[in-house]
Design a protein around this ligand. Sequence first.
Ligand code: GLN
Length: 500
Amino acid sequence: MPNRLTISELTAKFARREVSARSATQACLDQVQRVDGRIRAFLSYDATDALAQADAADGALTGGATHADKPLLGVPIATKDVIAVKGQPLNCGSKILGKFVSPYDATVIEKLKAAGAIVFGRLNMDEFAMGSSTENSAFQVTRNPWDTARIPGGSSGGSAAAVVADECLAALGSDTGGSVRQPAALCGCVGLKPSYGRVSRYGLVAYASSLDQIGCLAKDVRDAATLLGVIAGHDSRDSTSVPQSVPNYAAGLTGDLKGLKLGLPKEYMVGGLDAEVKRAIEAAVQQLARLGAEIVEVSLPHTDYAIATYYIIATAEASANLARFDGIRYGLRVDGADPIELYARTRGAGFGAEVKRRIILGTYVLSSGYYDAYYLRAQKVRTLVRQDFLRAFEKVDALVTPTSPTAAFKIGEKADDPLQMYLADIFTISCNLVGNCGISIPCGFTGSQPSTINPHLRLPIGLQLLGKPFGERTILRIAHAYEQSTAWHKEKPSLLAPSP
Ligand code: GLN
């Protein structure tokens, strides 16, 4: 079953001509047919187009193309519904874009295609990437492959669920406050958020422009490194992308941690942290120490302010970015007697409750009289949060933390309580405020202790490593060494057992 392989396993099989790109793509499409009625990760996919890309890849392989030149040749990769793919629908999990079809490829998509990938499918997400559970999608609720009564995390919940359900080899997501790392943790795969400016945002529909980054969801750390190597780099079409050369990330996976110092933020291991998550993180830290890393305690004193700061800055930026959905330029239009009525009716009908809540909040914090009290103050606190991290990074090479305070919660459990939902991002959000990089990797399961309420329910737990700005090579190296010394990433949900 080629869809069950990692990218490195699949490309090795291509090289030996044991599998064709067409059969790998067909295996993913078959898996979507078989399991997506239960998982609901895909909003749509274009099988004809995917198989045509696969045939082109097989042609290139027969013609002698290698994975040294085209690292993703023949590899099926799916995309969150917020990244533009030419000729495919682009809805951002929202009704407001109507039947919009993207007229161009995002830079990351151009790069994936140039590397030979088969780009297929639109993956479900919280509307405009606002949420932590994918329940804010206007279309459907994606299920966690480990327990379909639970959320997959969000906002890239479709991306994480599709990777874990073997419906694609890897996926792209976007991370504004944790939306790649948190669903990766809750579904049990690898989620990498690159540093701000490492990956072009051209063709990523903007939510909060100073926080957004495109990231990778993959089955193991090596695949995440390969994918990052393909999508990273300067782009003249995104003025915030940084003109810095792209290292060979996969070559940096040495497997050892000698000489590395890791910081454990003391503010992170307290409060609302679930007992089973805490135990798994403590065990992972011990494992990192056994592998040769030195562990020291560090302090991030402004941690308590991160969520409030984020929700002022993110909503302010969102209120400006989402003004373009006006019923004139794109998609949905609900007519009115005059342009203002048309605008109000279109937005009233097209946006969901959470998006409206954030536009109202963002407009408020930017309005005259409140700008100084909220927005300007939040920017100052953002600087304090950044200074906490830069100070810690003077002493350590990376930070080690939980990704999420709890494992996956039940569908509906927090849907009516936005503040509870916002707390799900407590450990991931600062990374976006600072602009550094982070990765979540599997580090255990709930239900392994006899004292738990339901000992049979095994839900994945994620370990987060936070690196310096442009420190992707270091966190990938640490994540890979840990992963190779454990077997968590090899476990598959029982729902996916191949049919007899
Ligand atoms: N959960 C956070 C929010 O709702 C982060 C989302 C994201 O990273 N896109 O804004």
